[in-house]
Design a protein around this ligand. Structure first.
Ligand code: FAD
Length: 397
């Protein structure tokens, strides 16, 4: 095997598809039996839409049920603040497409599955790396039939923010800190509800409401490690708080029967100083866990994958060993966008989310309508829509 990838999230799936299209033999391992996990973010940004076009998948993607958001709004106690409008963004797309991530991953892996060079193993959990002569030479994984090994010229850790492969390779990220975790649950929609997906910010409360047509996917933000306290307060207290933030939901909050109806997602913001070892590369959240702030982690993961495929496909196809210095080129290319994006997330966490969670009213209601300030809105538009260094598929595929 030429390349084995742990993790069938956005980073691993996109890398697997592009490498397989470029003629590289790839095996992708995913520990879950399907993609139907609610922990997955839903946002596909213009730069990723552009990559989908470059892969010839743009039309198929747009046939998936999706919603388009041309602008991002904060719903505060004093009214709605427009954070950014994506209209005017260079290129074909001026919106974020909200698509359940399982649909996006199914699209990518189904396209890859048509190729003889691609193999996907579901229910396959990587738990260790194979080491030989000081280099990583593949993965050990378990599936329902037992424990197995796959040897490969290149092993990629794309197994997310709690990466097992990264840990097995002895790489530890530096924590930048996140003041919050997220409680995730659903409430049905009805015809009189608002239409758009938005962020609700108030003193003492913060929620994201994602319109998934028949229901709201709701993210209720809690202080880091605060789930036990939330549960101790009882489900009625949670319902009351949610109803205070989003009054239109009050008649349906009975659907939230108990804490068995919610899941808690741990938020991390961290990054590796070194994304590689001989024979091993980390990408996506395994290299740099992204906070949900701005909803750009999927974008960054996809961009890492595109950059890695552009850089490595030629050598992998020829079967030549990949020097660690080449893996370092990938880290150098992607570290800058990672640092800038994480810096912006940290500022938003410290200036907006933390004060809101601590019940400090300011500065939330005094946020300016940034869409009215041309230079600032242009920067925000590009940052959210395209990211810091958008990547393009340069391989002939
Ligand atoms: C609460 C929350 C909400 C978020 N919302 C958004 C959003 O709306 N938009 C956005 O862009 N970003 C969002 N993010 C960030 C985003 O989820 C990540 O940045 C992005 O998913 C990273 O993609 P990835 O492919 O690197 O990792 P992941 O998406 O985490 O995928 C990793 C995959 O590896 C699999 N895996 C894990 N361990 C193993 C193993 N040992 N062996 C095999 N497979 C394994 C997992 O099952 C998973 O499928 C959010 C983050 C959080 C915490």
């Amino acid at each position: 095997m030429t390349c084995v990838i742990a993790g069938g999230g956005p980073a691993g799936a996109v890398l697997g598809l592009i490498l397989a299209r470029a003629g590289v033999e790839v095996t992708l391992l995913e520990k879950h039996a399907d993609f139907l996990r609610d922990f997955r973010g839903d946002t596909i940004h213009p730069s990723t839409l552009q990559v989908l076009d470059e892969l010839g998948l743009g039309e198929e993607f747009h046939r998936l049920p999706h919603r388009k958001a041309h602008q991002l709004s904060l719903w505060t106690d004093r009214g709605t603040v427009r954070l950014a409008s994506l209209r005017g963004l260079p290129g074909k797309y001026d919106y974020i497409a909200f698509v359940p991530q399982w649909d996006f991953l199914t699209l990518i892996t189904s396209a890859a599955a048509k190729l003889p060079t691609f193999r996907m193993l579901m229910n396959a959990e990587a738990y260790d790396v194979i080491r030989e002569d000081g280099a990583v030479r593949g993965l050990r994984y378990r599936d329902p039939s037992g424990e197995h090994e796959i040897r490969a010229a290149l092993t990629v850790a794309a197994d997310g923010r709690r990466s097992d492969v990264r840990r097995a390779a002895g790489l530890t990220p530096r924590e930048l800190g996140a003041p919050m975790d997220v409680v995730w649950f659903r409430i049905s929609r009805d015809g009189t509800d608002p239409d758009e997906t938005f962020l609700r910010v108030s003193a003492g409360g913060l929620m994201v409401a994602i319109n998934r047509e028949t229901y709201w996917q709701l993210a209720y933000v809690i202080p880091k490690g605060g789930f036990d306290e939330l549960r101790a307060g009882g489900i009625e207290a949670l319902r009351a708080h949610v109803g205070g933030l989003l009054p239109y939901l009050r008649p349906r909050l009975g659907e939230l029967g108990g804490f068995e109806d919610v899941s808690v997602l741990t938020v991390a913001l961290n990054r590796l100083e070194r994304w590689h070892r001989p024979g091993l590369l980390c990408i996506g959240d395994a290299a740099h866990a992204m906070s949900p702030v701005f909803g750009v982690g999927i974008n960054l993961a996809v961009q890492d994958a595109v950059a890695a495929a552009n850089l490595l496909a030629g050598s992998l196809r020829s079967g030549a060993p990949i020097p660690e210095s080449t893996l370092h080129l990938l880290q150098r290319r992607r570290m800058w966008p990672t640092k800038v994006t994480q810096f912006a997330q940290k500022v938003a966490q410290d200036r907006l989310i933390k004060p809101a969670l601590e019940g400090r009213v300011r500065p939330v209601p005094t946020l300016p309508d940034m869409s009215g300030v041309p230079v600032l809105s242009g920067i925000v538009r590009r940052f959210i829509g395209l990211g810091v260094r958008p990547e393009h598929v340069t391989l002939p595929i």
